[in-house]
Design a protein around this ligand. Structure first.
Ligand SMILES: *Cc1c(COP(=O)(O)O)cnc(C)c1O
Length: 463
């Protein structure tokens, strides 16, 4: 796809529509000379080079990658109109597109009837789900796993509800035994299950938690901000990148779910989504603002959202992307499969490596690993891991970009690693393989990191 062609098509499409309204003079206060623009843009473009190459498979660090060209062209075309999806009259076309993409997401999760909308981020989407949780179960607290996103505790604080952290088992998933003990005390109204933790990509046992809902009458909210689109791989055979299907299928029976199209949905930042299985939760949002427009009987997106202004362009970008790569196993699913296969294959390469060892088996496309030391102390694992990352990133010839992940000695031991615990915390290495290109690049990436590890282990670090 030629981005230059499609961005200029996006500009032409806007201009053709705008021209239909007749000419007018732009105000002189807005006019800048080509010369000044050229200077300013030159300085700006230079500044932007201070970045990491998120687009390249040699970047295997955090969950970052550029949007699809379709998203860029769709965003640009709508951006020129700059619709505001807080109300239908803020941008009728993009508000309708929002409803359509939300319906596609609902179908992906197996929600029939639903209420939902896009948000600016996963954090705001989760905040809204927890707000609805508080209104539905007043006076009761919220439980989330110790590995859940840090914003759950923050948002509980903001909402004035008690947040409870539930320990994880040795694979990073919520310990349902510990959860049940907590539920038995009767102070929890809502359980947040994470389908794909941000750190490890661990998938909480959503299917097993369903029984606890029946037993204790709690709401179940699924934070699938990162992992949501892996639902598309639930019916794929494991050797082709499939995932354990049960937790994904169980989302259909939960009360709400959050997914971030700006993570695995090929979108630019500014695109999260929240969906509720029971549309009646809309009653918690009733408002009567004199500023909003009411020219239609249709439900206004701003009436079921905590946020007011939101980019209509975000809905436009997602709509156009879903036209080409819909949230189906053969559409977007085919974009996620290679990263998942790469993660599985890398884990097996790491298992056989003489200098590296996997921290735990990947449940999605996030791989965590550490140097294999003769006498592994937690502090030494951290020092060598940081050295591998720093040397990889600063190499001018053949750089690789990795991330670190903080662990405790206990967490290492729970996963069968031998470690002398000489510090409260240490760090290991973490790579999110969210680009399909990572699969073809994997052997190079692995070989490069092994080289770096061999030198760092020998480089005077006590092992
Ligand atoms: C990224 C993430 C969030 C937060 O989403 P933002 O879009 O970054 O605000 C919440 N939960 C999980 C599991 C995430 O991975």
């Amino acid at each position: 796809m030629d981005l230059r062609r499609w961005t200029s098509t996006a500009i032409d499409a806007y201009q053709e529509w705008a021209d239909g309204f007749g000419p007018f003079e732009p105000h002189p206060s807005l006019v800048v000379s080509e010369k000044r623009f050229t200077e300013a843009f030159g300085a700006f473009a230079d500044r932007l080079h201070d970045n990491y190459p998120f687009f390249h498979p040699r970047y295997a660090g955090q969950m970052l990658k550029p949007p699809h060209p379709a998203a860029i062209a769709g965003y640009l075309a709508a951006l020129q109109i700059n619709p505001n999806n807080h109300a239908l009259d803020g941008g009728p076309a993009t508000a309708r597109m929002e409803k359509e993409v939300v319906a596609q997401l609902a179908t992906m999760f197996g929600f029939g009837e639903h209420l939902g909308h896009l948000t600016t981020s996963g954090t705001i989407a989760n905040l809204e789900a927890l707000f609805v949780a508080r209104e539905s179960h007043p006076g009761l607290g919220v439980a989330y796993s110790a590995d859940s996103h840090y914003t759950h505790a923050r948002m509980c604080h903001l909402l004035g509800v008690e947040g409870h952290s539930v320990p994880t088992t040795g694979d990073g998933r919520m310990d349902l035994g510990a959860l049940e003990e907590l539920l038995a005390r009767g102070r929890i109204g809502t359980v947040v299950l994470t389908a794909g933790t941000t750190g490890l990509g661990a998938v909480d046992p959503v299917h097993e938690a369903l029984a606890l809902r029946e037993r204790y009458g709690v709401r179940l909210h699924v934070d699938a901000a990162y992992g949501g689109f892996f639902t598309l791989l639930a019916d794929v055979p494991p050797e082709d990148g499939g995932v354990d299907p049960e937790p994904w299928r169980a989302i259909a029976h939960c009360d709400s779910v959050v997914v971030d199209p700006h993570k695995h949905g090929l979108q630019p930042y500014g695109c999260g989504a929240v969906l509720y299985r029971d549309p009646a939760v809309g009653r918690h949002f009733a408002h009567d603002s004199p500023y909003t427009y009411f020219t239609s009987d249709e439900l206004h997106l701003g009436e079921i959202s905590l946020e007011c202004s939101r980019a209509g362009a975000a809905a436009a970008a997602l709509w156009l992307t879903f036209r080409l790569l819909p949230p189906t196993p053969d559409g977007l699913g085919a974009v996620l499969r290679p990263g998942r296969r790469a993660a599985l294959r890398w884990a097996s390469l790491l298992t056989r490596s003489e200098v590296l060892v996997p921290y735990q088996p990947p449940q999605l496309d996030i791989v965590t690993y550490l140097p294999r030391l003769a006498e592994p102390a937690l502090s030494a694992i951290g020092r060598v891991s940081s050295d591998i990352m720093a040397r990889g990133m600063s190499d001018k010839e053949d750089p690789v970009f990795l991330a670190t992940y903080a662990v405790t000695g206990t967490a290492l031991r729970e996963r069968g690693h031998t470690v002398t615990i000489d510090a409260a915390r240490g760090s290991i290495l973490r790579s999110v393989l969210m680009k399909p290109e990572s699969e073809a690049y994997l052997d190079r990436l692995h070989a490069r990191i092994e080289d770096l590890a061999a030198v760092s282990i020998d480089g005077g670090y006590p092992s």
